[in-house]
Design a binder for this molecule. Structure first.
Ligand code: ZN
Length: 277
């Protein structure tokens, strides 16, 4: 028996990159189609930003609603996760789509530097986003860009500001934040296990770190994130042809670690989400 690995696909980043890889889906129809292909390739969780027609990031709940509706229709049971990241508007705008009750939403529990700016998550904003997630029954995925964010998430779960069991994502390879580093990665895993034994986790590597983190996560019992948001390349010399192609790459690694891509039912059970309706 192999153990399931939830493959998350981050289909569209918040930073305009269409000019770099035309495979990045922008319109709602493109996003639904790209997700459906990734779903058929083995992804069971989609992480979502939405864009305006000109490719700039949007925080319009109406656009999130349109994609959500298409995904529910074409990818039955897929776990829908909205990004509340720094580019989905500013301040409370970042949670304006939470009343749509996606299955999950991302939640950074601290601030750090990004390539050209500060990824600013004030304590007030973090608490407000977390409270909105409780109000609308949305499970957070804690985006941990450094160790303190893991501690903060555990504290919030203990205080009841986040509903457990925790799900954390260890993000490595963002320029000016935590680089891709094996010892730190192992320490993240050990720390989360020690502080929150029932927590689940995913490894997310940026750029050339994407595949490396997939290997490490499969090896250490975690889940994997891939997709064009984090990495537009299949390898050093080739652009990825689609989100599905990146998902296939991770799915193909699973057997090497006695893992298999989780089914919708397995993914929902692992994350303590209700079964697909
Ligand atoms: Zn994102």
């Amino acid at each position: 028996m192999t153990t399931p690995c939830i493959i998350s696909v981050a289909i569209t980043g918040s930073v305009p990159q269409k000019k770099d890889n035309p495979a990045v889906p922008i319109s709602a129809a493109e996003q639904v189609e790209s997700t459906q292909q990734a779903f058929e390739a083995g992804a069971t969780l989609v992480h979502l930003h939405v864009r305006n027609a000109d490719g700039t990031t949007s925080s319009d709940p109406e656009r999130f609603a349109r994609v959500q509706e298409g995904l529910r229709q074409h990818c039955p049971g897929i776990i829908i996760q909205f990004s509340t990241g720094g580019r989905s508007g500013t301040g409370h705008e970042r949670g304006a789509m939470l009343p749509l009750r996606p299955d999950m939403a991302s939640l950074a529990t601290g601030s750090c530097n990004f390539p050209t700016r500060i990824y600013e998550n004030s304590p007030e904003l973090v608490d407000w986003l977390a409270a909105e997630m409780i109000k609308y029954d949305v499970k957070p995925e804690v985006e941990a860009f450094d160790l303190s964010m893991i501690f903060q998430a555990v504290k919030m779960a203990q205080d009841g500001r986040i509903r457990g069991p925790l799900h954390a994502q260890f993000v490595m390879g963002v320029k000016n934040a935590m680089p891709v580093d094996r010892e730190t990665f192992e320490f993240y895993v050990r720390t989360l296990r020690r502080l929150a034994p029932d927590a689940t986790w995913t490894g997310a590597g940026i750029g050339s770190g994407q595949l490396k983190l997939a290997h490490w996560s499969l090896e250490l019992g975690g889940h994997c994130r891939t997709g064009l948001e984090d990495n537009i390349r299949r390898d050093k010399d080739h652009l990825a042809s689609s989100n599905a192609a990146l998902v296939e790459q991770v799915a193909a690694l699973c057997p090497n670690y006695d893992r298999h891509p989780a089914s919708v039912a397995e993914a929902r059970q692992l994350l303590s989400l209700p079964p697909a309706g």
